[in-house]
Ligand binder design. Structure first.
Ligand code: FSX
Ligand code: SF4
Length: 290
């Protein structure tokens, strides 16, 4: 390693996940995921990904040992990334990562083990932040997000919540770059749910391209119609993210732009309290007809 470049080790644990978060993040194009995970993306600093079960070439005990060695040798200096909810029911029997003494180690134990000695944790996706889909009722595996788990176990390590099901690659890359450049965010840079205000500071409904329709009382009656999607279940009025201006798939479109409506996937209420997704479940002040 170039002596002038500071390396920030990263251990990435995947728990109860559909892997959509990682797929979304792998689609980052500027910088590419190789730039993010290997190259110095910010001057003089770069990430060194030591463990991620989906993208690493290694497997088995050797791979697990690389993660454990990072936690031992870089105590307080590595970042822990977690995606997926953490299944806590029945002593964590519903998910494990590696073994110790030929016995599986539960995801919940791993997140605590790696979380307590980390510099900070980035919870990636709504499952790791708030429980998300695996925590939907009746939540038989007892899935929770990282913050709730830490609070219940007395772990004080700071957690940054990069919510979204999945999160936009820019939200993840921007958060990692900010930590590399400036260190962990200050409380005033996060919202009440631990999400970076730079990405989650604005209400979808305030910035939506269909907002003029809402204000005029013109509502789509079925998908494919022009008009505001409120009557078709759009959750934009209660959802905080910069999707309307950032757009997805490298600026191609976004959920409301394509006519699907916002599902509120970055919100702690997602999915239970926002369901059914295509039914109007929220009441907001009807537009004034002036
Ligand atoms: Fe959840 Fe992520 Fe949705 Fe899937 O890791 S936030 S179900 S896109 O993959 O955890
Ligand atoms: Fe846009 Fe949805 Fe608000 Fe209508 S309800 S203006 S579609 S965010």
């Amino acid at each position: 390693m170039d002596g002038k470049v500071k390396e920030i080790p990263v251990v990435w644990l995947q728990c109860s996940t559909c892997t959509g978060c990682l797929i979304s993040i792998l689609n980052t194009v500027s910088p590419t995921i190789k730039n993010v995970l290997i190259d110095p993306v910010v001057p003089g600093k770069h990430v060194s990904l030591r463990f991620n079960a989906t993208v690493m070439a290694g497997a088995g005990d050797l791979a697990m040992e690389a993660a454990e060695e990072t936690a031992r040798k870089e105590k307080g200096g590595y970042l822990l990334l977690v995606d997926g909810g953490i299944p806590t029911a029945a002593n964590g029997v519903y998910g494990s990562i590696g073994e110790r003494g030929h016995q599986p180690v539960s995801m919940v134990d791993r997140v605590i083990e790696f979380g307590k000695d980390a510099l900070g944790v980035i919870a990636v996706g709504t499952c790791a932040t708030f429980g998300g889909i695996p925590a939907a009722a009746p939540n038989p595996t007892g899935c929770v997000g990282v913050k709730d788990l830490f609070e219940s176990r007395g772990v004080k390590t700071p957690v940054i919540n990069v919510a979204g099901c999945p999160p936009h690659p820019d939200w993840f890359v921007g958060t990692v770059a900010s930590v590399l450049l400036f260190g962990l965010p200050k409380p005033e840079q996060l919202d009440d749910f631990g999400r970076p205000l730079a990405f989650y500071g604005k209400l979808i409904h305030e910035n939506c391209q269909r907002r003029a329709y809402f204000d005029e009382g013109k509502f789509a009656k079925k998908h494919g119609d022009p008009g505001c999607l409120y009557e078709l279940g759009c959750k934009g009025p209660v959802t905080y993210a910069d999707c309307p201006t950032r757009l997805w798939n490298t600026g191609v479109n976004w959920c409301v732009g394509s006519g699907g409506g916002c599902h509120g996937c970055v919100q702690p209420e997602f999915p239970d309290l926002l369901s059914p997704l295509y039914v109007k479940t929220i009441e907001i002040q009807p537009p004034s007809k002036g």
